[in-house]
Design a protein around this ligand. Structure first.
Ligand code: ATP
Ligand code: MG
Length: 413
């Protein structure tokens, strides 16, 4: 088990051929600014504690897989340092980093049985329990074609066998050990891929969207199994996903990424309750947060074209410097309540009703802004229909405020 430290990581890829031409081989540019390279990760600083489950979440293309591949040693750093425990691993090849990676597409060996897929890494690692004599090797060689139970096992194979069976039991795949990957369902393949990673007993697990090929039910099930397993094994884990539900439910902490940078690093509920900027506010939470432009009329009065709000006093310390200027008011769909007519509430018309059974989402527009869309979550028994005009009131203790220019949460200023 080990702490992982990512120190000022930069990564850029060469364009196409990657050959620098004399015209773009300019020496005064920084590594990530070279015109013949695309910068994919910038200034990543992150410490993953020993035994922590860290989730990297962000939209497609934001650099999550690249970061994992850098940690695994499958890509070369452009700049920065990676520490695993107290070892600087920058220059170490993947197999010397003591890290196991689970890929999105499982990457099982198709011609090997489940057993051998799990044992493969252990054999390559040269497990060091016991010595093997030449005689034992010959016996093992001769009996290799026999059914597994009749084979002669060297001391090393015995140790591997014990490890494979223990892992198979943990993941409940004991009955699948003799099958080939093509004879398994997606969820079973997933567990074999996990088994292969676990059996190596690494210091760090890296998982790149391991659940994305599974159906919704299996996904939820496997999600909780992985969390349980990680707690049980206590192995430092870095888990990549673009699914915010996975991020919220699995991570001890979440690093939200966008455009090659970490936008916010915090515990799941802190990210939900106190998003640091508009991107995080919109990315975490489903359906996403609504944003309305408001003007600051006093440190605790916000005016929108259709309503005005007196917000809790605690905001005045940040809002006062915006006097006369505009702010973005963020309201999550679940923080609108159906209300009565009032200058503090917003009158809207209903454009779409999505009844999910346990709750209902309504898509609405403010009466004076037919092209502006908002989403509110209401109880499933609310009698609301297409075309209805209703009043919504924001829950004042749940609002978010962002600088209209920088998109940063104003409490950050
Ligand atoms: N070998 C490469 N050469 C050039 N560009 C690359 C290479 N690998 C990745 N990229 C680019 O780096 C960016 C980040 O890619 P990456 O695969 O890390 O994204 P991601 O966050 O994992 O996305 P997804 O959620 O779609 O898997 C993308 O714009 C991608 O096109
Ligand atoms: Mg990826």
């Amino acid at each position: 088990m080990a702490k992982v430290i990512l120190e000022n990581i930069y990564k850029s890829f060469p364009h196409r051929s990657g050959k620098a031409t004399p015209s773009n081989r300019s020496s005064h540019l920084k590594k990530d600014e070279k015109p013949d390279r695309t910068s994919v990760l910038r200034s990543i600083n992150l410490t993953i504690e020993d035994g922590e489950f860290m989730v990297l979440v962000g939209p497609s293309g934001c650099g999550k897989s690249t970061l994992l591949r850098l940690i695994a040693g499958l890509e070369e750093l452009t700049a920065g340092n990676i520490w695993v425990g107290d070892r600087l691993v920058n220059a170490l090849p993947p197999k010397e980093r003591d890290i196991a990676m689970v890929f999105q597409n499982y990457a099982l060996y198709p011609h090997l049985s489940v057993y051998d897929n799990i044992a493969f890494g252990l054999r390559r690692m040269g497990i060091d329990e016991g010595k093997t004599s030449i005689m034992q090797d010959i016996l093992a060689q001769m009996s290799r074609k026999l059914p597994r139970k009749l084979r002669y096992l060297t001391e090393k194979e015995k140790a591997i066998d014990e490890r494979v069976r223990k892992v198979a039991q943990l993941l409940q795949i004991e009955l699948l050990l003799d099958r080939l990957p093509k004879q398994l369902s997606g969820g079973q393949k997933q567990r074999v891929a996990l088994g292969r990673a676990i059996s190596r007993n690494p210091q760090v697990f890296l998982m790149d969207e391991p659940l994305s090929n599974l159906d919704a039910k299996l996904r939820a099930q496997t999600r909780s199994q992985i969390v349980k397993l990680q707690r049980q094994l206590g192995v430092t884990t870095i888990y990549v996903t673009h699914d915010q539900t996975e991020a919220m439910t699995m991570g001890d902490r979440i690093a939200v990424m966008n455009g090659g940078e970490i936008q916010q690093l915090a515990k799941p509920l802190e990210i939900y309750n106190r998003p640091a900027n508009r991107f995080v506010a919109e990315f975490i939470g489903s359906p996403p947060m609504n944003f309305l432009s408001v003007r600051v009329d006093s440190p605790i009065t916000l005016t929108h074209s259709q309503f005005h709000l007196t917000i809790p006093d605690l905001w005045s310390q940040w809002v006062s410097s915006y006097q006369g200027r505009s702010l973005l008011l963020g309201i999550r769909p679940e923080h609108f309540a159906i209300a009565t007519p009032s200058p503090h509430n917003l009158q809207v018309q209903v454009d779409l009703v999505e009844a999910l059974g346990n709750e209902t989402y309504i898509w609405v527009h403010p009466l004076e802004e037919p092209d502006f869309s908002l989403i509110a979550r209401v109880p499933s028994d609310a009698q609301i229909h297409l075309g209805d005009r209703i009043w919504l009131s924001p829950m004042l203790d749940k609002i978010h405020l962002f600088d209209a220019q920088t998109d940063m949460a104003i409490w950050q200023e």
